[in-house]
Design a protein around this ligand. Structure first.
Ligand SMILES: Cc1ncc(COP(=O)(O)O)c(C=O)c1O
Length: 430
């Protein structure tokens, strides 16, 4: 049975942001506003985030994963998002100078920031230390040496977590799998690198080792993968008697009709049970990204061309593409689509939705079930685009990145303005 036979009903509300509802014209509303009206007002492509959905997932994470839990900014970050997660009581995980500067611009208190990165530069570490970042998650011996050098200059001691790799496969795409022995991230447990790093910390006046960190990968559906990794890591961390343990992020989300994923609450419960049975004494925290942001957003496009290839397929080209959603191209990720003005209709036809970049790999949905009789100029939307979409966006073919808006209770606000070609040209000084 192919996707078109199986899922030809209306788009299920479970894939849409929490505030999604159907208006009297059969149109989708998010945050109390018709998606078509938002697309007309702000133009397309457009990322629409349900602000209340983001807030509710932050609260769920705080309640079920514990204080000290950080939102992983790599999933989606801008100043408004950094403020939102801070208002909701979460910490913020940043992984570059750009993400750190965004947190600083949003006035996230230093002690609420966790600094990641497998190759933090001296400048990045220096900025993190001078801003009083709460935790630096150390990923290599070179980084320990850099922290010592900086300490020799200014005497600042950095509270750190050591990132370890438990040697556990996460059962996810190879490109987002990080817990295996053969990884660029962290210190291996099996190889003895993690033990050597702990010894190095004891002799390093620039660091105060307060805990262990693990992150096995992203878009992980199988809770047993988390449990197995915890078992291995706890066997290493508990005997050290350190006060903190971060289990990282990685909880998967459903992108299409055939998928289902554990909720943040269920994930938290599983982690708590695993920690209890392993006798963990350390304060446990986590770093969810995707599970907070992904389902909060939809991307709206306009149809530009419809090409029927008799006996082959129909191609529908929209005004975005892998520039705003690289996940299908990077990981072969599946998406689904719908027409926001006809959200209650059956989706009885099948088409391939493609972007406007000059690559055949620029496919957004390979087999999209859609309502019949679509026309050029109609709006098309893809749900579950809130994580690793805008944050991974590119300007390939010199196509500017789209705007991002937040909607809530009948109000919309621009949080990232759309890039213009002039913005791109300002870098061009040759
Ligand atoms: C160290 C670390 N923490 C947290 C996350 C967030 O993962 P996710 O968005 O899958 O929850 C990532 C993602 O790659 C990560 O590398």
């Amino acid at each position: 049975m192919n996707q078109s036979e199986k899922f030809n009903g209306p788009i299920p509300l479970s894939l849409l942001p929490d505030s999604a509802q159907v208006g009297s014209r059969g149109e989708l509303q998010i945050g109390g506003i018709a998606v078509d009206d938002l697309a007309n007002e702000y133009g397309t492509p457009l990322f629409i985030y349900d602000e209340d959905h983001l807030r509710s997932r932050c609260r769920e994470a705080l309640n079920s994963l514990g204080s000290g839990t950080a939102y992983a900014g790599k999933a989606f970050l801008c100043a408004a998002m950094a403020r939102l997660v801070t208002e909701e009581g979460l910490h913020l995980d940043v992984a570059s100078e750009g993400e750190l500067q965004t947190a600083i611009a949003a006035e996230v208190p230093g002690e609420r920031i966790v600094m990641h990165g497998n190759n933090k530069s001296l400048d990045e570490l220096s900025l993190a230390r001078s801003y009083g970042v709460g935790r630096v998650v150390v990923d290599s011996l070179d980084e320990l040496h850099r922290l010592q050098r900086l300490h020799d200059q200014d005497g600042i001691v950095s509270p750190i977590l050591l990132r370890v790799t438990p040697g556990v496969e996460a059962h996810t795409h190879e490109y987002v799998s990080t817990g295996q022995n053969d990884s660029k991230f962290g210190f291996g447990l099996e190889s003895g690198a993690a033990t050597a790093a702990v010894e190095e910390c004891a002799a390093n006046p620039g660091v105060d080792l307060v805990g262990i960190h693990q992150h096995i990968g992203s878009q992980v559906f199988r809770v047993d993968s988390f449990a197995r990794a915890l078992e291995v890591v706890v066997g290493f961390s508990e005997p050290l008697g350190l006060p903190e343990l971060s289990v990282g992020g990685g909880l998967g989300v459903a992108y299409v009709e055939s998928e289902s994923a554990p909720s943040i609450t269920e994930w938290g419960e599983m982690l708590r049970q695993a920690c209890d049975s392993l006798g963990v004494q350390a304060r446990v925290s986590a770093e969810p990204g995707r599970s907070i942001a992904a389902q909060a957003a939809v991307t709206v496009y306009s149809i530009g061309t419809i090409k029927e290839l008799p006996g082959i397929r129909t191609y529908i080209a929209v005004d975005g593409g892998f520039g705003d959603n690289p996940r299908p191209m990077l990981y072969g990720s599946g998406y689904t689509a719908f027409v926001p003005s006809r959200v209650t209709e059956a989706r009885n036809t099948v088409a391939r939705i493609v972007g406007k970049h000059c690559e055949s790999s620029d496919v957004i949905v390979r087999e999209a079930s859609l309502p019949e009789n679509l026309s050029v100029g109609d709006f098309l939307a893809t749900p579950v685009t809130g994580a690793y979409g805008y944050s991974m966006a590119s300007t390939y073919n010199r196509m500017p990145r789209p705007p991002v808006i937040f909607v809530s209770k009948g109000e919309s606000r621009l949080v990232i303005r759309g890039e213009s070609v002039e913005d791109l040209m300002t870098l061009d000084i040759g």
